[in-house]
Unconditional design. Structure first.
Length: 200
């Protein structure tokens, strides 16, 4: 029985090794690898960051394979602007989620024995939030370009159009959100820095 199972395993391995594969080279292909997970562990967030970063660098697929129906060159232009905006927004969300894994809401007196570890954690959170800010600037830039073509409606990516609308009307402003987080982080950092043996 064990030899038979081993034989089947070897056969499956050999068969799978000869299967043809294709490279993921287009934004649309790489974007489809992004997935939301139940638990947001840093390594899972990093995996999604990697897929979206690759998607940002990749070329667009032919309009025939776009995620929306493209009929004119203006449709294609708006689609590209919205797609880039959406990818940058995903990066903002991912980096903020990642930063939240290291951010501290309060500096409790009983955390003094781990003061330096907490300060390092806050520094990591601050760095991640600053990266999110840079992606927010890019998202705003792409949204502004898409906004100029707002007369064109692409049904399949209505959600992206809604995101652009919220950005352009200042209903969605990650800069404000991130600045609030950073202000709180700086206060918590100061509380940790002021800790000493007498406060413990």
């Amino acid at each position: 029985m064990a030899k038979r199972l081993l034989g089947i395993a070897v056969l499956l391995f050999v068969a799978s090794a000869s299967l043809p594969a294709y490279k993921l080279i287009y934004k649309e292909q790489l974007y489809e690898l992004y997935h939301v997970q139940l638990y947001h562990y840093p390594e899972r967030i990093a995996e999604n960051v990697g897929w979206i970063e690759q998607a940002l660098k990749a070329d667009f697929a032919n309009p025939l394979y776009a995620l929306a129906e493209i009929e004119t060159s203006s449709d294609w232009e708006r689609y590209r602007y919205l797609f880039n905006m959406h990818l940058n927004l995903k990066m903002v969300e991912l980096y903020l989620r990642w930063a939240s894994r290291y951010n501290k809401e309060n500096a409790y007196f009983y955390n003094f024995p781990w003061k330096y570890e907490n300060l390092q954690s806050l520094e990591r959170a601050e760095n991640l939030m600053n990266i999110a800010l840079s992606y927010w600037s890019e998202a705003r830039r792409w949204s502004a370009q898409a906004w100029e073509l707002r007369g064109i409606h692409l049904e399949e990516i209505q959600k992206w159009e809604d995101q652009s609308y919220r950005i352009e009307t200042d209903e969605l402003n990650y800069a404000r959100i991130i600045e609030r987080h950073l202000t709180r982080l700086r206060q918590v950092r100061q509380d940790f820095e002021e800790m000493d043996a007498s406060t413990y």
